[in-house]
Design a protein around this ligand. Structure first.
Ligand SMILES: [Zn+2]
Length: 264
């Protein structure tokens, strides 16, 4: 801390301005050669602040900011470090790389996150809350709509997902948890992995959007039309990373084109 920078306003302004120090004093105004010029303290808080001030060594060098997140001194402020200190620390979940992978589409990642937590308003949950009495699946109308049924026990959903998955030269398990497990343990190339995750999340997004359109707009689309949408979403995403990661984008596009999608 230095007295030469006359524009510095003391950090403890809130407490000081409620007492005898009026306005917005600068450090230079409160320091005179070798001692503080402070009015008598009027509260315990001000006594504590004065005690703290008296312990500070005053030197003639320029001021610098020093951040101490977690007790370690840093010359640069890090939002990440401060955020991690402020937020509640929880154990890392096993599926975070499948949900929050860096090349994912943000709205797809968010919806997938809700689905992994089973927090989306599927009709089984709406029935449990007493909001509806008919919980039938809007795709097949033959089973209760649950997360597991939508992804991908339902024959409508399964036809879309299994055909996309098969085209990428993989055999997919059918249950929600087994698919998560498969994606988690997938040992292919980075391009293959990103493509699988993009396809998985885009399929979840397309199916949930279609389910909402059927429920709220009475608007029905075919499986081939949804597959076409998923194809476009994936192509656009691959194109969007071409500038930053041309090789990865090229590998993903080659893989995607080499998969014989039913619509091609
Ligand atoms: Zn169904």
């Amino acid at each position: 801390m230095s007295t030469t920078g006359s524009k510095e306003v003391l950090e403890m302004e809130k407490l000081l301005t409620s007492g005898p120090v009026i306005g917005h004093p600068t450090l230079a105004e409160l320091w005179e050669i070798d001692h503080w010029v402070l009015p008598p303290a009027r509260s315990d808080n001000q006594v504590r602040i004065y005690t703290f001030l008296l312990q500070l060594p005053i030197i003639g060098e320029a001021d610098v900011y020093v951040w101490c997140p977690g007790g370690s001194q840093k010359t640069r402020y890090s939002t990440r470090q401060v955020y991690n200190l402020l937020r509640e620390q929880l154990p890392q979940v096993s599926w975070y790389k499948e949900v929050w992978f860096s090349k994912g589409i943000p709205k797809h990642r968010f919806l997938t996150w809700l689905m992994v937590l089973n927090r989306s308003p599927t009709r089984d949950r709406l029935m449990n809350w007493g909001l509806i009495t008919d919980g039938a699946c809007l795709f097949c109308n033959s089973s209760l709509e649950t997360r597991s049924h939508l992804f991908f026990d339902c024959s409508f959903s399964w036809d879309i997902w299994s055909s996309l998955f098969h085209c990428m030269q993989h055999q997919s398990p059918r249950s929600w948890l087994e698919i998560l497990d498969f994606l988690h343990n997938f040992a292919g190339t980075k391009a293959e992995r990103y493509l699988l995750l993009l396809t998985w999340q885009a399929t979840i997004y397309a199916l949930w959007t279609e389910r909402n359109h059927r429920l709220h707009r009475n608007n029905y689309r075919s499986a081939s039309s949804l597959t076409s949408d998923i194809d476009k979403m994936i192509r656009r995403r691959i194109a969007s990373i071409r500038h930053d990661e041309p090789h990865l984008s090229s590998d993903m596009l080659t893989l995607w084109f080499s998969s014989s999608l039913p619509l091609q």
